[in-house]
Design a binder for this molecule. Structure first.
Ligand code: ADP
Length: 262
C-alpha cells in the first residue's frame, strides 16, 4: 500500500511539472509551425532545396508536437468516462489495429475465457492501455514472436489482496498481455512504471507507456503487475473490478429459482 502511495505521489508531482513544460512548449511549437508554413508559402516552385529544409523542420516540429500532446494527456490524468465493458468483445474489436501495429513477424493469439464477468471502465483509455502493452511487446520482439492476450475471471481473497496487491478483496476481470520477447531484468521491472523511465534509444521511447497504464488501472480501482524473465518473455496482468450491477441481481434471482435442497 505504501508503495502504491509513493508511486502515485511521484506520478502527480511529475505530472504537474511536465504539464507546465508541455503547455509552454506547445505554444512555442505553434509559433514555429505557423512561421514555417508562412515561409513555405513564400517559397517559389524553383526553391526545391529550401523547401526540403522547411519540410524537414516541419516534420521535426510535428514529432515534437505529438510528444507534447502525449505529455499533456499524461499530466492531465484525463477524466475517466467509464461504461460497462465486455473485454471479450473489446479485444477482438481491436484485432485490426493490433495486427497493424504488430507487423507480420508477430503472431497474435487471444485466449478469452467463457462466461467472463463484465467490468466498468473507460473504453478509449482501456484500448489505449492494451495498445501500449502490445507496442511494448512488439519492441521486445524485434525478431518476431507471439503476443497473447488473455481474459479470465479472478478472485482475490483477503490474504492475497490487501497484503500483496493493495486492492480490496473481491472479484476482478483479468486481462493478461504476454510476449515471447527479451524480458526484463529485476532492476528494469522495479522502475518500469516510473514516468520517463525507458531503456529505448532517444526518439523511440518516451517512458510514458507503462506509467499511463499504471495511472489508468489505479484510477479504475484495479491492479497491475509485471511478470518477466530475461530471454523468455513478459506478462503484464491487469485486474479491473468486476461490474456489479443489474446482471448480478438477475443472477441472484436465477439462483433462487433453482431447485435447491430437494
Ligand atoms: P517506453 O516504451 O517508451 O520505453 P514504457 O513505460 O512503456 O516506456 O516502458 C518502460 C520500459 O520498460 C521500456 O523501455 C522497456 O525497457 C521496459 N518494457 C516495457 N514493456 C516491456 C516488454 N513487454 N518487454 C520487455 N521490456 C519491456
Amino acid at each position: 500500500v505504501e508503495e502504491v502511495l509513493r508511486q502515485s505521489q511521484k506520478m502527480e508531482a511529475v505530472g504537474q511539472l511536465t504539464g507546465g513544460i508541455a503547455h509552454d512548449f506547445n505554444n512555442m511549437l505553434a509559433v514555429i509551425v505557423g512561421s514555417l508554413d508562412l515561409l513555405n508559402r513564400r517559397l517559389g516552385a524553383d526553391d526545391a532545396r529550401a523547401r526540403r529544409y522547411v519540410d524537414a523542420a516541419l516534420e521535426g516540429a510535428s514529432r515534437a508536437t505529438s510528444l507534447t500532446q502525449r505529455l499533456l494527456a499524461f499530466s492531465r490524468q484525463q477524466p475517466l468516462n467509464p461504461e460497462v465493458l465486455d473485454i471479450n468483445t473489446l479485444v477482438p474489436g481491436m484485432s485490426e489495429l493490433l495486427a497493424h501495429s504488430l507487423g507480420t513477424d508477430i503472431r497474435l493469439e487471444t485466449v478469452l475465457a467463457a462466461g467472463l464477468w463484465r467490468t466498468h471502465a473507460d473504453r478509449n483509455q482501456l484500448e489505449n492501455v492494451v495498445l501500449n502493452l502490445a507496442v511494448n511487446a512488439r519492441d521486445a520482439m524485434p525478431e518476431g514472436g507471439r503476443l497473447t492476450i488473455e481474459s479470465q475471471n479472478a478472485f482475490f481473497d483477503d490474504r492475497y489482496s490487501a497484503a500483496n496487491f493493495g486492492v480490496p478483496a473481491g472479484q476482478y476481470v483479468l486481462i493478461a498481455v504476454s510476449d515471447t520477447g527479451s524480458g526484463m531484468p529485476a532492476d528494469v521491472i522495479a522502475k518500469a512504471f516510473d514516468p520517463f523511465f525507458t531503456t529505448k534509444e532517444v526518439g523511440r521511447g518516451t517512458g510514458l507507456g507503462l506509467s499511463q497504464v499504471y495511472g489508468f488501472v489505479k484510477q479504475s480501482g484495479g491492479h497491475v503487475k509485471i511478470y518477466s524473465e530475461p530471454g523468455v518473455g513478459t506478462t503484464v496482468k491487469i485486474y479491473l473490478p468486476r461490474f456489479i450491477g443489474e446482471d448480478v441481481a438477475a443472477e441472484g434471482i436465477t439462483a433462487r429459482l433453482l431447485p435447491m435442497g430437494e
